[in-house]
Structure formats: structure tokens, C-alpha cells
Write a protein that binds this ligand. Structure first.
Ligand SMILES: Nc1ncnc2c1ncn2[C@@H]1O[C@H](COP(=O)(O)OP(=O)(O)OP(=O)(O)O)[C@@H](O)[C@H]1O
Length: 259
């Protein structure tokens, strides 16, 4: 059985059909790059995976169980627009991810547990190259540094599924390349399942072990919103990387795309 299974998923807003007949099976540890024309529903698909929205029809299961109605810590997310807390310093922005679930009532830890959370957060920030900025506020960071902070936040939670919505779109090419390397390193270490929306086809091909192309198959010129996008191509990529992952995790990888 696959890790994530999507059965006949539709998303409609009033009479606007955004996604139709999405069927997909994804194994744990796969890295799915997602591309498609602007407005075809890629971000909508991510929100459905996150549990932020319920589908109009169809279902998503994770490990055989329906997706929980609320986003939870097993699904981390990084948006292109940074999702960090502006009023918290860099270290606190990351440590709070550990403190909140450990102390849901107060939202804070104290004493030795707090110290341990801060040490863990500092280590993660070192990994993303922000060890020199622990005491800064997000507004004092460059765009690339804020993006690293958002990625550190997401990774700190060790999500089983990482959802990335154009996470590098705002970065200049040098930083972008560094972030690609970092993401692949962390993906390899944690064997998370990744879904990444990108407008950069080369980025999608380079990073993914699978490229999903979203497109509208049916068009009605009289009613442009009548039909939604489907996954029209599902292309296996970077097979060496994938087989390394497979041998490390013992999983077999099944690609399934049903129309
Ligand atoms: N809550 C909503 N209510 C109504 N329409 C919505 C809602 N959310 C998304 N849409 C519509 O769904 C369509 C798909 O939007 P979405 O942001 O998912 O596309 P996208 O492929 O991610 O676009 P882009 O590549 O430009 O970011 C758009 O026409 C958008 O207006």
C-alpha cells in the first residue's frame, strides 16, 4: 500500500472546477515536483494535502487513514511568502516549534527542557547557515535568510510530509542553488516525502524523483471554469537517487496514475 493515496479528488469553488479526477499514489520518501500553468490549481492541491481545505469530492489517505481535518505537525509547509513569526527572534522562531507541541497549554517550556529545545533549534539553524543570526528578528534578515529560517522551522518539526509552495521563487540564483543542495541533504537524511510546486522546470527536474504536470484536458470556450486540471504527466526522475533512497528505506516505489 502506498503512503499517500488520492482517489478521484475534485475541488470546486461554486461553479468553478479547479481540480478534477486526481488519482495518485505516492510512496514514503518520494520527492514530487509539481508544475503547471499559473492558476491551474497546484497551490489548491497543496492545501488539500495539508488538510487546510477539504476536497469537494474524493479522498486523500495517509498511511491508509483519511487525512485529519486539521493540519498537524506531521505535515510541514514552506510557502514562498515567509511564514515566520515577525515578533520572535530567529532562535525563538525555530525553538517554538518544539515548545508548542510539548507544552500545548502554556506554549512554552522551562528549565532544562527549554534549554534542550533551544540547543536543538540552534543546531538546525547552523545547518541552514544562520548560526550568526540567532538574536535577530526576521525583518533584519535578507530574503534568502528568511527563507532559510522558514525551512529550518519546517525541518525542526521533522514532518513526514514536507509541502513546498515555490519555496525558492524569490531567491537569487546563487542562494537558490545553495538551498537546493541543503534541501536534498535534509531530504536524504530524513527520508521525508516532499511535494514541491515550482514554476522553474529545471528546478523541478533537478530536485524531484517524480515530476507531476497539472493541466486542463477539457476546455469549454463558453464556460472556461467548467473543467479543472488533472495530472497529465507523471514522469520518474533521478532514478539513481531514488534507488539509493529505496535501498536505504527498504521501500519499493510504485508509480500509479489512473485516469
Ligand atoms: N478559496 C477559493 N475560492 C475560490 N476560488 C479559489 C479559491 N482558492 C483558489 N481558487 C481559484 O482556484 C484557481 C487555482 O488557484 P491556485 O492558486 O491553486 O493555482 P496555482 O496553479 O497554484 O497558481 P500559481 O501558479 O499562479 O500560483 C484560481 O483560479 C483561484 O482563483
Amino acid at each position: 500500500m502506498s503512503f499517500i493515496t488520492i482517489n478521484n479528488l475534485w475541488q470546486e469553488y461554486g461553479d468553478h472546477t479547479v481540480l478534477e479526477r486526481i488519482n495518485l499514489q505516492v510512496n514514503a520518501g518520494e520527492f514530487c515536483s509539481m508544475v503547471g500553468a499559473s492558476g491551474c490549481g497546484k497551490s489548491t492541491f497543496l492545501r488539500l494535502l495539508l488538510g487546510q481545505e477539504r476536497p469537494s469530492r474524493g479522498e486523500i489517505t495517509l498511511d491508509g487513514a483519511p487525512l485529519s481535518a486539521e493540519p498537524d505537525r506531521h505535515r510541514g509547509v514552506v510557502f514562498q511568502r515567509y511564514s515566520v513569526f515577525p515578533h520572535l527572534k530567529v532562535l525563538d522562531n525555530v525553538a517554538i516549534g518544539l515548545e508548542l507541541p510539548a507544552s500545548p497549554l502554556l506554549g512554552r517550556l522551562f528549565g532544562r527542557r527549554k534549554q534542550a529545545a533551544r540547543e536543538q533549534a540552534a543546531q538546525m539553524l547552523d545547518r541552514v547557515g544562520l548560526s550568526h543570526a540567532l538574536d535577530k528578528y526576521p525583518a533584519q534578515l535578507s530574503g534568502g535568510m528568511q527563507q532559510r529560517l522558514a525551512i529550518a522551522q519546517a525541518f525542526m518539526m521533522q514532518p513526514r510530509v514536507l509541502l513546498l509552495d515555490e519555496p525558492f521563487g524569490a531567491l537569487d540564483p546563487g542562494i537558490r542553488k545553495e538551498m537546493h543542495t541543503l534541501l536534498l541533504q535534509l531530504w536524504h537524511e530524513t527520508r521525508m516525502t516532499v511535494f514541491m510546486v515550482t514554476h522553474d522546470l529545471a528546478e523541478g527536474f533537478n530536485l524531484g524523483t517524480r515530476l507531476l504536470v497539472f493541466d486542463k484536458v477539457r476546455h469549454d470556450p463558453q464556460a472556461p471554469n467548467a473543467y479543472g486540471a488533472r495530472i497529465t504527466y507523471d514522469i520518474p526522475l533521478n532514478e539513481t537517487r531514488l534507488s539509493q533512497m529505496r535501498s536505504a528505506s527498504g521501500d519499493s516505489n510504485v508509480y500509479a496514475l489512473r485516469s
